[in-house]
Design a protein around this ligand. Sequence first.
Ligand code: G1P
Length: 263
Amino acid sequence: KEMLTIVDKPLIQYAIEEAQAAGIEQFFFVTGRAKSALEDHFDLAFELEASLKERGRTALLDELRGWLPEAGQLAYTRQQRPLGLGHAVWCARHLVGDDPFAVILPDDLMVGDPPCLAEMVDVYARTGGNLVAVVDVPREQTKRYGVLDLVCDDGRLARARGVVEKPDPADAPSTLTIIGRYIVQPEIFGHLADIAPGAGGEIQLTDGLDRLIADGQPFHGLRVAGRRFDCGSKLGYLEANIALGLRHPELGEALRGLLKTYL
Ligand code: G1P
């Protein structure tokens, strides 16, 4: 999914650019089998670059390069079995070490100014602890997300006393749900190591976060300024292409005209 293209870049490229805009300098990917395209994306493409150079296509060449990491800035690890998001994060424990870190789920594409993670890093400087991006959803959708149990809420920033993964609407403690952006304290790795499978039989990041709250760490949800496109759903993916296509400097006008012919 993360190699799916939105207009002219794969989702993973948007994720990296967002992390970079937040001042992040080290990037760890937890991948799975048959995901080598991801590693190749952040490498030189010798043949293609040589042929573009030969034809003097320098603008295209620059675009193709997009962002290339410095040697050692990227590392990859594999999650051998799909045991859940919490387990995926745990797979990166030796790469992350003892520092707070951010988690980005690339299929949640965030578009906005300031970029989502940069806005979070700014707020985190005040809150410390663990911080997630959140959005209000209709109650019938709580079953799809991690949901906050609120202590207080000023309309932008909410503090939680607990967090629960995919509750039934009737049991959901609120309708404020997690978007795929997290700032997390490294103590979570100890919990993820021995946590029992939760919702869907998977080891849930949400359950690890809930344990950190029980340990006394602050936990906040931030209603971020940007928009979320759920590119894990077909409709969300189409919408992201249309929304970003319409604001694309070269394609926007033409796409607007094209869409009119369909409506
Ligand atoms: C994951 C998290 C969930 C969060 C969601 C955001 O769920 O487990 O807490 O709300 O991402 O997209 P998934 O989409 O993997 O089911």
